[in-house]
Design a protein around this ligand. Structure first.
Ligand SMILES: Cc1cc2nc3c(=O)[nH]c(=O)nc-3n(C[C@H](O)[C@H](O)[C@H](O)COP(=O)(O)O)c2cc1C
Length: 355
């Protein structure tokens, strides 16, 4: 298959691969710039950044300054396409979005929450707005609302299926029916849903398929089904350039299929992670001690939460995986080595061409 470019609004990527944003601190400037250099779109995750002690006193300012630093570093390292990922459940999400725009970011990816008011926050129409959804129903809601309120449609939509990593936009019952909610089934539905809006606005809304994309054959299948590109996260964890600790990467290499589990997150959504000592301890104790200096999540009820997810993810970032949560996609167990981003992308493209 010929490798198509990926056009999102005024952004052109030479290859149809977006590296998915990964919090906390898994995809920062090092990974995102390496992907951008190879012609893909590299995504910085905006959550949980900055000095932890300092953030206890001034969470919003410390987060903002740390995001500024990551964006500047990524831009110094590559003049390719850099996006930033935001989660709607963050208490400071609007401040972070404004920061990214001030720093010249041209693609805003918004997941874990409905971006109903996003176009109102960003008046500059040269900035590409890309919601992440898990169903045609949610895509339709966003399209209808933006059309009515702002006379605007998204510049692309990321469709994240049930095999993805991190928080998932599916109920546990839906996750028990992976076939019914597979990307192969969801993709045609969403393409159908966006069609009337594409016709009305006279422009294409590229759909980017995400969740469980492992090799070039998977990419080819998604492109054949009508996706304009794919978003891949899990495979980028086991790269030299990925920003997270070696211990985190090693957990992927050691994981077996049966170690990959669905957890309940204090964010209020299910998530996918590797069963480890941290999750074993949580099962035994039922609840871990929480100190919450940040109030980072709007949806987190501190008195009811079983653990602090920000702390658990930061522990893993630093390498203390026994006290940390390790998010991963369903296919993490298939990864058997650490490679450079260049090697990974050239393998994916060779497989795509051969498919
Ligand atoms: C370690 C990890 C952390 C993630 N964190 C986020 C996040 O903070 N925000 C988000 O929107 N998606 C997050 N995701 C989802 C990815 O961006 C991506 O859409 C998804 O994992 C794609 O599936 P794949 O991992 O099978 O390639 C995360 C995924 C992983 C593996």
């Amino acid at each position: 298959m010929k490798i198509p470019k990926l056009q999102i609004g005024n952004i052109t990527a030479d290859i149809p691969i977006v590296q998915g944003g990964m919090g906390v601190r898994v995809s920062l400037s090092s990974l995102a710039s390496a992907v951008a250099k190879e012609g893909g779109i590299g995504t910085i995750s905006s959550i949980g950044l900055g000095d932890i002690e300092a953030a206890k006193q001034a969470y919003e300012r410390i987060s903002r300054e740390a995001l500024e630093r990551e964006i500047r570093k990524a831009k110094r390292a590559s003049n390719g396409n850099i996006a930033v990922n935001f989660m709607g459940v963050l208490s400071n999400v609007n401040d972070l979005i404004k920061t990214a725009i001030r720093e010249g970011i041209k693609m805003i990816v918004y997941g874990a929450g409905l971006p109903v008011k996003l176009p109102g926050l960003i008046e500059d129409r040269s900035i590409n707005l890309v919601p992440m959804v898990s169903s045609a129903r949610v895509a339709e809601f966003i399209l209808r609302t933006w059309n009515k309120r702002y006379e605007r449609i998204p510049d692309a939509i990321i469709l994240e299926g049930p095999l993805a990593g991190g928080h998932l936009g599916f109920s546990e019952e839906q996750l028990d029916q992976p076939e019914k909610y597979s990307l192969d089934n969801l993709l045609p539905e969403i393409l159908e849903t966006i069609k009337p809006y594409e016709d009305r606005y006279g422009k294409k809304i590229p759909v980017i398929a995400a969740g469980g994309i492992f090799d070039g054959k998977d990419i080819a299948r998604m492109l054949t089904l009508g996706a304009s590109g794919v978003q891949i996260a899990t495979r980028f964890v086991c790269t030299v350039e990925c920003d997270v600790s070696q211990e985190f990467k090693q957990s992927y290499l050691d994981a077996k299929e049966e170690d990959i589990v669905i957890i309940k997150s204090p964010v209020g959504m299910p998530g996918r992670a590797i069963q480890n000592k941290f999750l074993d301890d949580l099962e035994i104790k039922g609840k871990l001690k929480i100190k919450c200096p940040y109030r980072c999540l709007t949806a987190c009820k501190v008195s009811e939460a079983r653990y602090c997810i920000a702390q658990a993810l930061i522990n893993s970032y630093f390498g203390d995986v026994d006290h940390g949560l390790i998010f991963c996609g369903q296919n993490a167990y298939r990864i058997d080595r650490i490679v450079t981003v260049k090697e990974l992308i050239s393998d994916l493209l060779a497989e795509l061409e051969a498919a």
